[in-house]
Design a protein around this ligand. Sequence first.
Ligand code: GDP
Length: 417
Amino acid sequence: PSNADDNGTSPVIRKKLMGFVGFANLPNQVHRKSVRKGFQFTAMVVGESGLGKSTLINTLFNTTLYPPKETLPPSAERPSTVAIESISADIEESGVRLRLTVVDTPGFGDFVNNDESWKPIVENIESRFDSYLEQENRVNRQKIVDNRIHACLYFIQPTGHSLKPIDVECMRQLHTKVNLIPIIAKADTLTDEEVAEFKARILADIAYHNIHIFQAPTYENEDDEAIAEAEEIASKIPFAVVGSDREVATPDGRKVRGRAYPWGVVEVDNEDHCDFVKLRQMLVRTYMEELREYTNDVLYENWRTEKLLGMGVIQDSSVFKEVNPAIRIQEERIMHEAKLAKMEAEMKMVFQQKVQEKEAKLKQSEEELYARHREMKEALEKQRLDLEDKKRRIENGRPLTPEKISQTGRKKGFLRT
Ligand code: GDP
């Protein structure tokens, strides 16, 4: 039987093979290549400080990505501001390398006024999209580094009430840009019934506010086991978790990761005690690739479309055909030239104005100079006339005043006293 393929051009014929060709090995090729290249995964943790974010990350990846706080000198304590920091680590399991990056938002929600404390977080997510888009637009796209956030663990305080307004607002800001995974922190502080009720209330809040959280996808041709797994994971959301990077001894003598209380031990890896195992299964074992794919195909793609539309780039091919690039460039050139001409005219005008001002100033000082010159000339003329008059009188032998006689006598050496 033959059927037309998606674009309806060439028919596809289904054939049975007569012998072994070898393309059954394709998945192995992909496997080998992926293992060689390694994987990149970036998770973000959001929530108030002290909710156990660093502890949980250490627990999740079984590594001390964050040094225990007690070992830090007081000056090195992480600041309680909405400052974003990221830590990367190369971890390896059975020969598979993972470059894990955790982006932390220490102290989120700690202020009296937390109105816009989600802002730097959203900006951080978008700047990562920006950087990816910039790399995609480069001439050489060989080595694209994917720093986008693939999952955002949102830590909810174990209040037992419902979501706080700041949680609702923050999730609403984030859900279109990241895979949101809500988590009830420090679940060991609530009883089982309280956890169940709290979960129901959180889910109701999330639904009421139309917040989209990451859902484990199910595919049509998947086996029952995979579907059951997805359903089980989905039934645990929001994950009530307990974190601990220390081993404690249980009453029956086992060494487990957990938290010891006078009445017993809460085991991190025990599914009866908390949802940590399911969270890890979702984040690492089963859906890490789905999280990466959803980030790339849906979240990033939507953001990119919006951004490019905002910049005036029309992506729809039917519209694009009408906008001939050559005409567009021509239009842009004309606009640019017009702008240049306008700038030149403005500069000319300013120049002329400046010259006129300077000329006026020069003229004024010239006139002032002339006036001063005239004044001096007149004064000198007057002095000359006076002297001439004096000379004439002396020559005419007019009697001199006694003072003048003494001056004249002294000068000639007649008078000696
Ligand atoms: P962060 O500020 O959110 O990174 O919080 P930390 O991971 O530094 O944890 C703050 C404190 O909470 C530490 O004393 C942890 O030992 C404790 N803690 C972490 N996880 C849990 C948990 O699941 N349950 C309880 N009861 N305490 C926890």
